[in-house]
Design a protein around this ligand. Structure first.
Ligand code: KG4
Ligand code: ZN
Length: 332
């Protein structure tokens, strides 16, 4: 089954062709990072316009690279939410045009389901599994008993972990997106500041990163006022240690409570080297999988893969009334 995936929920215009929920025949990602960098974050209106500019080119390139024709497609899977509404609408409408023109069924996919299914590309998901979802907009622990069955064990009560990375980077004067830069700096430093580990002993599966973010920002501010020398590498290492301690601790708690076959990590922050190391180091009794770097941040291959399993599960397909939704609950 050839599935065309379409992802435009934020600042990447991406289209991909995936065969049978696994074999990536093409995955074209047109990133807008260089444009948004100038503003220190994604500007929604600019993002929509850039999607409009790039979308036709990205569609045709993905089809060409996969060496197929639009007529050969069996299914179209497009991110319907959550995300920036203007951005989502570009992908959803382009996908509907192809669906209508070639009479191909279409399914709207939840963006986070896509991040989770990125783990089926280079590995094979086995159930029950525990998914730690860590991205710019999400931080949650999800239990899956079978394909396309998502039960949220807990989630962030405020900021997402990627968002905290980006804010901390901004305070330190590092470029957007901050996650990879802070990660890189952290690898060269040591945890000298011992920042708080928020909610580590809360006994549930929820997270909170806004207090830690403020604490880190205040610490930086005070150090600047006192004209103390700031070792950015140690500063980043201290932040990363605090964040990853909490993420790994809660993942272990959930692993111990539920009888699971594997742990998967999903979303942009799954690219984090400190998180990868700590997870592998601390969890030995259950296999842990991370998507390849190319499938950690936003891409359409993950949406095609998720769409394939959503379709196989027998969920209703969508029609031309399919719309983007800026907020969307995955469990529904
Ligand atoms: O999943 P994603 O591409 O977009 C959302 O759906 O949110 O995630 C983007 C987020 C950004 O906050 C970025 O800073 C973060 O993932 N990120 C990282 C790393 N690479 C990307 N955070 C920490 N360490 C990294 N290596
Ligand atoms: Zn994402």
């Amino acid at each position: 089954m050839y599935v065309l995936g379409v992802e435009t929920s934020c600042d990447e215009t991406s289209v991909s062709v995936v065969k049978d929920g696994k074999e990536v025949l093409s995955n074209v990602v047109l990133s807008q990072i260089d444009i948004h960098k100038e503003y220190g974050g994604v500007v929604p209106e600019i993002a929509s316009r850039e999607h409009v500019k790039g979308v036709t080119y990205v569609f045709d390139k993905a089809i060409k690279e996969a060496q197929i024709k639009y007529q050969d497609l069996d299914l179209i899977a497009v991110t319907k939410g959550p995300g920036l509404i203007g951005s989502l609408l570009i992908g959803v409408n382009a996908a509907k045009v192809i669906s209508l023109n070639y009479d191909i069924p279409i399914v709207g996919v939840h963006h986070i389901a896509g991040h989770i299914y990125a783990n089926n590309i280079d590995n094979t998901m086995e159930f029950p599994l525990l998914a730690l979802v860590v991205s710019g907009g999400h931080t949650e622990l999800i239990l899956m008993k079978e394909h396309y069955d998502f039960f949220k064990l807990g989630e962030t009560q405020d900021d997402a972990v990627g968002e905290a990375y980006d804010k901390v980077a901004r305070v330190l004067g590092l470029p957007y997106p901050g996650g990879p830069v802070v990660d890189n700096m952290a690898n060269k430093g040591k945890d000298t500041l011992n920042f708080p580990r928020p909610m580590i002993d809360s006994g549930d599966y929820n997270f909170s990163f806004s207090g830690l973010k403020s604490h880190v920002i205040n610490t930086h501010h005070n150090m600047v006022q006192r004209k103390e020398e700031i070792n950015i590498e140690n500063f980043c290492a201290s932040f990363q240690e605090a964040v990853t301690d909490v993420l790994v601790h809660k993942t272990i708690m959930a692993k111990n409570e539920y009888n699971i076959k594997q742990i998967i990590v999903a979303g942009g922050v799954a690219a984090n080297s400190g998180l990868r190391r700590k997870m592998i180091d601390k969890i030995k009794d259950v296999p842990i999988y991370f998507p390849n770097m190319a499938y950690c941040t936003d891409n359409a291959a993950m949406i095609a893969t998720a769409g394939y399993f959503q379709y196989l599960k027998g969920f209703k397909t969508d029609d031309l009334y399919l719309n983007g939704q800026s907020r969307l609950n995955m469990e529904e």
